[in-house]
Design a binder for this molecule. Structure first.
Ligand code: TMP
Length: 274
């Protein structure tokens, strides 16, 4: 049996040592958490959908020349990525007022912002990821001035690309969160997009009905999370059109992956993680 070394067990993902130096296997779990994991549930099939949606987005970003850690998807729950030194920031870009911005500034959810706004949060669970300024980031050395410029420009370019991508399939990109990392080559490092981009880390609203197609369905106890994520996957062409959004024992019918043999729950056959 193939035993792999587990490097990190996170809220929604596990990282394993990759097959070659400088690579990592990123495994998407079915765990949904909110409010720094105070709320937690297992939602059957979420990991499979996020793996495919995030693959689609990262691959598209690679294709337009934006640097990401993504190498290739390995199976229904896992992808091979480049090992990076994670920069301890959660970077949020917002187009429409919602969530913590709406709350903090007393704004009605749904109001279009005058222009996209970027925010930085210090990645520190013990502190509930507090919002920080660029000055904090520079003063405490979490990123250099050049890195902060690169992160900001990457975040806005991703926003432009994703806004168009989702707009084309009738979805409003309200806001999203990204994480970035450093890749070292000789003595120099550059910033790449890391982690994932999925309905767990974005707010996505149906453009016509304003229906929520993202993790707010879980955060706000609305139900229908798998149906919503399936709808996003279907519109992006990842999920077969004729699949019912219902998520029975057999799991969602994803567009078949010719390279991988997998069981219906999305675990790769003969290659259990632990
Ligand atoms: P917020 O409005 O709660 O600050 O969230 C902004 C965006 O960031 C939203 O798309 C959800 C995403 N997000 C995460 O991915 N992880 C988090 O821990 C939080 C708080 C937000």
């Amino acid at each position: 049996m193939n035993r792999r070394r587990r490097i990190y067990d996170g809220k929604a993902k596990i990282l394993y040592e990759g097959p070659e130096p400088g690579t990592i296997i990123q495994h998407f779990k079915d765990d949904a958490t909110a409010f720094n994991a105070k709320k937690h549930e297992i939602i059957d099939g979420k990991g499979v959908l996020n793996n495919r949606i995030s693959e689609f987005i990262f691959q598209s970003l690679n294709e337009i020349g934006l640097p990401t850690h993504f190498i290739r998807r390995l199976n229904m729950r896992e992808q091979l990525v480049r090992q990076v030194e994670i920069i301890p920031l959660e970077v949020v870009v917002r187009n429409i007022a919602a969530g913590s911005l709406a709350k903090r500034l007393g704004m009605e959810e749904g109001r279009r912002l005058p222009r996209p706004i970027i925010e930085f949060y210090y990645k520190k669970d013990e502190l509930d990821d507090p919002m920080v300024t660029e000055d904090h980031i520079l003063a405490f050395g979490w990123a250099s001035f050049q890195e902060l410029e690169d992160i900001t420009s990457l975040a806005f370019r991703i926003n432009d690309f994703l806004t168009g991508l989702f707009r084309g399939v009738g979805i409003l990109l309200v806001d999203f969160k990204i994480e970035t990392g450093r890749i070292w080559e000789d003595d120099e490092s550059h910033v790449v997009l890391a982690d994932e981009i999925s309905p767990d880390s974005c707010r996505l609203w149906d453009a016509k009905t304003q229906d929520k197609l993202d993790k707010d369905r879980f955060r706000r106890d609305m139900g229908g999370l798998i149906e919503a994520y399936s709808e996003v996957a279907r519109r992006l062409g990842i999920l077969l059109d004729n699949d019912t959004a219902s998520f029975g024992d057999s799991g969602p019918q994803l567009v078949p992956d010719p390279e991988t043999t997998h069981d219906p729950r999305g675990n790769s056959v003969g290659r259990k993680p632990e």
